[in-house]
Design a protein around this ligand. Structure first.
Ligand SMILES: Cc1ncc(COP(=O)(O)O)c(C=O)c1O
Length: 355
């Protein structure tokens, strides 16, 4: 909690642990790398790592700096850097810190052969972002083996797993298994959406991210999603309440105008805190046990909500912007984005408070 401003993201670490256990139970016998990049999707990377370190055999982060931050915090679990190293020196630093690097290209395979730290190898089966070509896999693996590089897994990443009706995922899995099935190394395909919606993508290692934080990546929800526990409650303090007459507008650009005598509560969170500026009028918040709609343009530090129907709302109340009562995915859809962006976008000004 800030000393003078009560707006905060309340984080339920037990929910994250329960969601990790659910991910494991979806594919008994497999192992799951807990994806905690981007500050654990905004939940606090070191705290989340500590909460999961007894259960998770490995964590995935995006960057070497994130991995080093975990090492400096005393986390000694295996760490996988998804973007890999961009130089021989970086690869050597990772080997020295027992940090596993993703090999996403032939230059990265060269860095790995010189550093000799443990690697995963990624195959590009259609994402066209990172990964070696399927036909290069045998040669890359042979080169790494010849140099004595431990290869912990071969993986690919799915582009459309959040759409159960999209055929690309089936093709990616087929392409991947055709080149990797006999390579003698554990395999990994599934992210959260793969785990939930594509049983054929479950393999030796799965890589759940968003589901650990209680959000479903699927457009059409499924049974698994209902079993997730939301881990973040982003809440802002009511700092002012005013009555506005019919015809009075609220906020920048006078976007919303009262059509009845209205009571407006001003909340201490805006786009500089990570609330999406594109949220339209009517976007729900939850205050004093009831849903209250957003009215007016999002400001940098404030938003305004209509509490006319909730006379009990008072200055000092905390209003939930998203969390167990207001789905972050719903706010995201209304604002033209995805839940991932909302979670990772909660800014450094917002303290994370751990239950
Ligand atoms: C390579 C890789 N694996 C797994 C994940 C986790 O994905 P999700 O958060 O959709 O479960 C990510 C996230 O972007 C990723 O880049």
């Amino acid at each position: 909690m800030n000393q003078y401003r009560r707006t905060a993201a309340f984080i339920d670490l037990e929910a994250i642990r329960a969601n990790y256990a659910l991910a494991l139970s979806m594919d008994p016998g497999s192992r799951a790398v807990a994806v905690i990049k981007a500050d654990a999707y905004g939940h606090g990377m070191v705290r989340v790592a500590r909460a999961l370190e007894d259960d998770a055999p490995a964590f995935a982060v995006a960057t070497i700096d994130e991995a080093m931050q975990l090492r400096e915090a005393g986390i000694d679990t295996d760490l996988l850097v998804l973007e890999g190293a961009m130089s021989e020196q970086a690869a050597a630093a990772c080997a020295a810190a027992h940090i596993t690097l993703m090999v996403n290209s032939t230059p990265q395979a060269d860095f790995a052969r010189s550093a000799r730290g443990q690697v995963w190898v990624k195959v590009d089966t259609g994402m066209r972002r990172l990964g070696i070509d399927p036909q290069e896999l045998d040669e890359v693996l042979a080169g790494l083996r010849a140099a004595g590089v431990p290869i912990a897994a071969v993986c690919t990443h799915l582009a459309c797993a959040d759409r159960p009706d999209n055929d690309m995922t089936r093709l990616q899995i087929e392409t991947f298994l055709a080149c990797a099935n006999d390579c003698g190394v554990p395999l990994s395909i599934a992210n959260s959406a793969g785990l939930m919606a594509w049983p054929a993508s479950r393999a030796d290692w799965n890589r759940p991210g968003i589901m650990l934080y209680g959000l479903s990546p699927l457009r059409e929800d499924e049974d698994w999603a209902a079993r997730l526990r939301v881990a973040m409650r982003f809440a802002a303090e009511v700092i002012a309440i005013r009555d506005v007459p019919v015809g009075s507008s609220v906020g920048y650009g006078a976007r919303w105008t009262a059509e009845r005598p209205s009571r407006i509560a001003t909340l201490a969170a805006g786009y500089a805190d990570g609330y999406p500026r594109h949220a339209p009028d009517g976007t729900p918040t939850f205050v004093n046990g009831q849903v209250a709609p957003l009215v007016g343009t999002i400001s940098m530090d404030m938003i305004t909500i209509d509490v006319t129907d909730h006379p009990g709302v008072a200055i000092g109340d905390l209003a939930e912007l998203w969390g167990p009562n207001v789905a972050a995915n719903d706010i995201a859809v209304r604002s033209g984005t995805i839940g991932y962006e909302l979670l990772t976008g909660v800014s450094g000004r917002v303290p994370r408070i751990y239950d």
